[in-house]
Each structure stands twice: as C-alpha cells, then as structure tokens.
Write a protein that binds this ligand. Sequence first.
Ligand SMILES: [Zn+2]
Ligand SMILES: [Zn+2]
Length: 360
Amino acid sequence: MRRIVWWLLGLVVAIAGLVFAGLRIPAVQDLVLRRIVASRMSAAPPGLFDDDALRVLLCGTSSPMPHPTRAKACVAVFAGGRFWVVDTGPGAWNRLALWQVDGRRLGGVLLTHFHSDHIGELGEFNMQTWVAGRERPLRVYGPPGVERVVAGFAEAYALDSGYRTAHHGADFLPPDVGRMEAVAIPGPALGAEPAVVFDQGGMRVTAVAVDHTPIRPAYGYRFDYRGRSVVVSGDTVKDDDLIAAARGADVLVHEAQANHLVALLREEAQRSGRDRIAKILGDIPSYHTSPVAAAEVANAAGVRLLVLSHLTPPPPAALVERAFVRGVGAVRAKGWVLADDGLLVTLPVDSTEVDVGWIE
Ligand SMILES: [Zn+2]
Ligand SMILES: [Zn+2]
C-alpha cells in the first residue's frame, strides 16, 4: 500500500515537472494560447440581448473612493436587443468589454449628474463602441449641462478620432458615426412629474429629479419594458419623488452610503492628521442615502428587489460588507442584495419572476 502511494506521488511530481518544463517551450506556449484564444473567441455571447426579458447588469458598484476591483458608477439595462447605460464611471467600459458585451448594440448613455465618478469614462464608451461597429452617433442624455460635458469629451478625443479614421479608413470608422449627440432633458424639477426621455421599441424611459443638493438638477431614471421595470436612483438623499417614481417597480438600484463606516473613517483620518480627507468625509453624509434608508425607500415604493450599489465606502472584504449592511435586515428582511460588479438581474416578460445571478 505504502509503495503505491509513493509511486503515485512520484508520478504526480513527474507530470508537474513535464508540464512546467513544457510551458517554457515557445511552441507549447503557442499551442496552449491558441486553444485559450479560440475558446474565448468562439464563446457564445451571453444571452443578454435575448428578447425574453428585461435585464440589469451592474457594470460599476463603487463610489469615488478607491477599490481594487469595483468600477465606479455604472448600470447597464438590456432589452429588445439593445442596451442603455446609466452613468459611465471610470473602469466601467473595461468591465463590459471583459464580459464581451457587444458595443454595437449600445442604444444610449443616460447620465444622472456630472460628478466625475459618473462621467469619467464617457469618452471610452463612445470610442470603443464606435470601433466595435456602432451604426449611429451615440446619444448622451442628461440634465442641462450635458452639452458641455459631451463637447468636452469630444474635444479631448478629437485627435484620437482622427488618428483612428486615418489608420483604418473612413469606410471602417466613419467620422460622422463616431460623434456623440447630447440630449438635455429640461425637466423635471424637484417635486414635479417624471419627464419622458424616450419611448421607442417598447422601452419607455422617464427621468425623475432627485435631491443631491448642491448638484442641481440630478436625475434618477426608470425603465419600463413589456410590463417589467427597473429604477436607478442616481446620487440622492432619501427622496419622496424617487419613491413615487419607483412605485411598483421590479428592481430599484439605489445608492448606499454606510454613514457609520464613513464616521469611523473620519475619526481615524482626524486622528492621523489627514485633515482634507476628514473634511470630505464630514461633508458627504448630507447628500447620500444610508443602506437602511434605502431599504425604507424600497419598502415605501413596494419594489420587489432592492440592489444596493454606488457603495461608499466600497467594502474591500466580506467583514466590511457585513458591517456595511448593518440594520438593513431589520427594516427589510428579504428582497435586497448588496451589489458587486457583475450582478445580473433578469426579469422575464409575462412573469413576476426576479432572477438574481452573476454574469459569467
Ligand atoms: Zn454625486
Ligand atoms: Zn457618485
């Protein structure tokens, strides 16, 4: 018996040695790489674009504070063969590209407001989906001021756009298609009825003013598609207009700032003499929503699922995640989830089902 064990152990060591030595040979490296690339290239695209459901993919769940893996604000909504992106936070395009989301199908970008954690990657969303083969200029919806943001990104990318067309040809990358079109949504004011952003192909999107004072206006967005619905809060305090706009929705993606953790960070920043960080941490509780208050919003609106996102501070570990959602369960026992990048909620049409999973 002992002899068999030694023999097996020797065999494992010999195989490991052969593999290790083999991987140092270029021809073997190429063989392995070709296999991996081929399997990636032939992988069926995820069924995000199937016309049987409204789908919500969290492409960025962090806030301005740094995090090793989470991208900043981004929610992608898929329906009827297209997708729309609410906010283009830094790192978000990389997420979608790694998941092989087909950039040609980007129907538009909706900006909630113009803080950098919401707009920082707008230029990449436009450039990369143009290179992927988008067929129309990219519509960018947002509060008044969106024209200025779009013009700024267009100017910053103007030289690169020229390089691309010069290099690949105007047939391949037509300059006119690579443009962005800013669409300012003039209303709604705080306390007013939501404004219709567009209503086409079965998808109706409305904007609601939320309270992110002193940022005015700041919007949340509601998507309605064949009886299913998702609301994205944008950055806001606990807001009655948002509750009204989210009434009866299937999913509410709500920002969440754990003020008890922010207070802890602030105390430590003060103790260690980091005055600028302490000042900012002291200011931000006034214009965000705690996880418990977000749960109260979800309850008041009667939504099926609350997704806590735009996490401040973005939890770096499971222990912090538990501390982050402290008290939420007492307000809302079920029907909520703490988001991470890649969370995918599927809402089949002609159904009340809410399927929570992760993109592959
Ligand atoms: Zn903000
Ligand atoms: Zn933000």
